[in-house]
Ligand binder design. Structure first.
Ligand code: NAP
Ligand code: GCO
Length: 266
């Protein structure tokens, strides 16, 4: 297989969830640059429309669908629509997700259930919805967007870390159950990436100084910088392409070295 053929996604349909902006949008752009047809969803119509405009501005004819990844009947209905409108999904990127930052003792069971529902159960629902057609087609790629919190805990993100830890094991389980059907299910574990989700952690303080957490992440990252969503492009193309056909159940951390590093001495 030539180098180009190994990474080329022409003829492949990629569904990236929650990809109107942020990490999902950049991953979708990357897969499009490798030749894939892009489908994405959002749960807020206004954001879906903004996403469609952003893809158009980037020269990408993306197909947008409005549905909540936690609503299984709606997911099933929309996957059928996508298969009719665009084609069978070859690549699923489970990107959609939320975070809630609150001390555990202030986190209600309802708070916790909501995070688990969106950041873990939603990914299960999406994978279950696309797997039958992937199996029938004889191949498929599922990429779950994990996190530093798939490996590490930290105060105030108990629900998120529980979900992302579970997402690592969902990835390994899909690998185990469907590897024989030529389905590869892997994860991307981004480090700290500058997106709307982490904007509160990077706010400039009243005295003009950087947010304490911002300074903390800089000290914990060998690359001494936050990641940007396009830092994830290469990993996404690799895990979506034939170049990774013998990679399965793996979480590829794209974190600037955070997980390898004890942190800069204060
Ligand atoms: P983001 O900017 O908050 O974007 C999240 C996207 O998910 C939004 O488009 C949002 O749509 C969508 N979404 C939320 N709930 C949904 C639902 N129930 N159904 C469908 N779509 C839904 O987040 P991000 O920073 O790009 O992160 C994307 C993924 O990477 C998340 O899974 C996150 O946990 C993970 N991650 C982020 C970082 C980081 O540092 N930023 C690092 C590691 C992992 P609306 O805005 O319309 O609600
Ligand atoms: C937080 C951040 C992180 C990032 C990401 C790191 O509050 O700690 O939001 O959780 O989103 O998951 O990999």
């Amino acid at each position: 297989m030539s180098f180009i053929d190994m990474f080329y996604l022409k003829g492949k349909v990629a569904l990236v969830t929650g990809a109107s902006y942020g990490i999902g949008f950049e991953i979708a752009k990357a897969l499009s640059s490798a030749g894939a047809t892009i489908v994405f969803n959002d749960v807020v119509e206004e954001n879906l429309n903004k996403g469609l405009a952003a893809y158009q501005e980037a020269g990408i004819k993306a197909h947008g669908y409005l549905f909540d990844i936690t609503d299984e009947p709606s997911v099933i209905e929309n996957i059928k629509l996508i298969e009719k409108d665009v084609g069978v999904i070859d690549i699923l990127v489970n990107n959609a997700g939320i975070i809630q930052r609150k001390p555990m003792l202030e986190t209600t069971a309802a708070d916790y259930r909501k995070i688990i529902d969106i950041d873990l159960t939603g990914q299960f629902i999406m994978a279950k919805a696309v797997l039958p057609s992937m199996i029938a087609k004889g191949h498929g790629k599922i990429i779950n967007i994990c996190s530093m919190m798939s490996e590490l805990g930290r105060e105030t993100v108990v629900g998120y870390a529980s979900a992302k830890g579970g997402l690592k094991m969902l990835t390994k389980n899909i690998c185990s159950e469907f590897g024989s059907a030529n389905i590869q299910c892997n994860g991307i574990g981004p480090g700290y990436i500058a997106t709307p989700q982490t904007a509160p952690l990077r706010e400039i303080q009243e005295d003009g100084s950087r947010h304490p957490f911002d300074q903390f992440i800089i000290s914990k990252t060998p690359a001494s910088r936050w990641g940007t969503p396009d830092d994830l492009a290469g990993a996404a193309i690799f895990l979506a392409s034939d170049a990774s056909n013998f990679v399965n159940g793996h979480i590829l951390y794209v974190d600037g070295g955070i997980l390898a590093y004890i942190g800069k001495q204060p």
